[in-house]
Design a protein around this ligand. Sequence first.
Ligand SMILES: Cc1cc2nc3c(=O)[nH]c(=O)nc-3n(C[C@H](O)[C@H](O)[C@H](O)COP(=O)(O)OP(=O)(O)OC[C@H]3O[C@@H](n4cnc5c(N)ncnc54)[C@H](O)[C@@H]3O)c2cc1C
Length: 352
Amino acid sequence: MSLFVASRSAFRAAAPVKRSFQARRYATEPTTPPAAESPKSGSNSTILLVAGAVGLGGAGYYFLSGTSAAKKAEAKVKEAAGAAADKVPGVVAKKAFTGGEQGFVSLKLEEVETVNHNTKRFRFKLPEDDMVSGLTTASAVLTKVKPEGAEKPALRPYTPISDEATGYMDLLVKKYPNGPMSSHFHDLVPGQHLEVKGPLPKYPWAANKHQHIGLIAGGTGITPMFQLVRAIFNNPEDKTKVTLVFGNISEDDILLKKELTKLENTYPQRFRAFYVLDNPPKEWAGGKGFITKELLKTVLPEPKSENIKLFVCGPPGLMNSISGNKKSPRDQGELAGVLKELGYTPEQVYKF
Ligand SMILES: Cc1cc2nc3c(=O)[nH]c(=O)nc-3n(C[C@H](O)[C@H](O)[C@H](O)COP(=O)(O)OP(=O)(O)OC[C@H]3O[C@@H](n4cnc5c(N)ncnc54)[C@H](O)[C@@H]3O)c2cc1C
């Protein structure tokens, strides 16, 4: 019998989080949405948010003026105002990345945080304090570096994990031994600059574009998925159901786990996450080894379901076995691997 007793119909009977696939119990879907899922009012509350943010922050600034706390308060006001401004109809926040003729923008590294043994979070300052990145979902940025002695610059895509932030952009980057770009990132220290270009459009998302989506990610392949998930759950109008299958080597490698768990607890009827580890700890309720056909068959929406989409992102080995690799950044290549064997069509699958 399958380890993964939780079935495709899990959402019909989904429930608050229990980590074990076998032991998961699901509450009946409520007839009224939980508070966290109820739609917020639109423009009026957004305008209030702008006014409130500026008002509150302004008061803080008055008392703290001249101190470093005052500077932080000022930055917070700008951030709140910028973020809210983008949501007010007719008011558009300034975008750092505008594409087209813009070319590469030199961003200053502000802060580095070690996340685990091979991954760091890099916070880059956007050119102006009240700017947002301006990336749409799903899209990425392209970074450029010319390693010493190399003939050509290296160009690699990254997906920010801070889409709506004002004044900064966060990238989560895993270091690969001898990988020119990720090594360059990990050698950077605050104050240094990086060449960044965007947006690099991927799959254009719109609220309720699909009824149910499946996300299959390996390692840092979670970042584009996280962007998608945030766009969905930050939008009260969007009712899309999401199933995530996330493969990693060890528990320590699971990026954004806290954020994903929070989403699972807040939207138990709409967001489910299944974790698979190559090297699980002794007490591990999730999947072991690679992401298997059996797991995907059990938890993903069925191929014959109406209006579903599957997204895949991860290292070449994972892509190869799950969906087949992309041919090039602009060519999805043929659908192959487990998803093809399970009967999904090329139109139902998007490879990041
Ligand atoms: C749409 C998109 C978004 C991405 N977002 C992020 C992100 O937010 N954070 C991040 O760290 N990386 C992300 N990546 C991967 C990133 O672009 C680089 O491929 C990675 O940092 C390795 O670059 P490198 O120059 O250091 O090494 P490379 O010389 O390019 O490769 C070094 C090793 O990494 C393996 N590798 C290549 N691509 C990947 C990949 N996608 N996943 C895992 N292993 C890979 C190669 O097989 C090789 O063994 C993303 C990729 C895509 C396509």
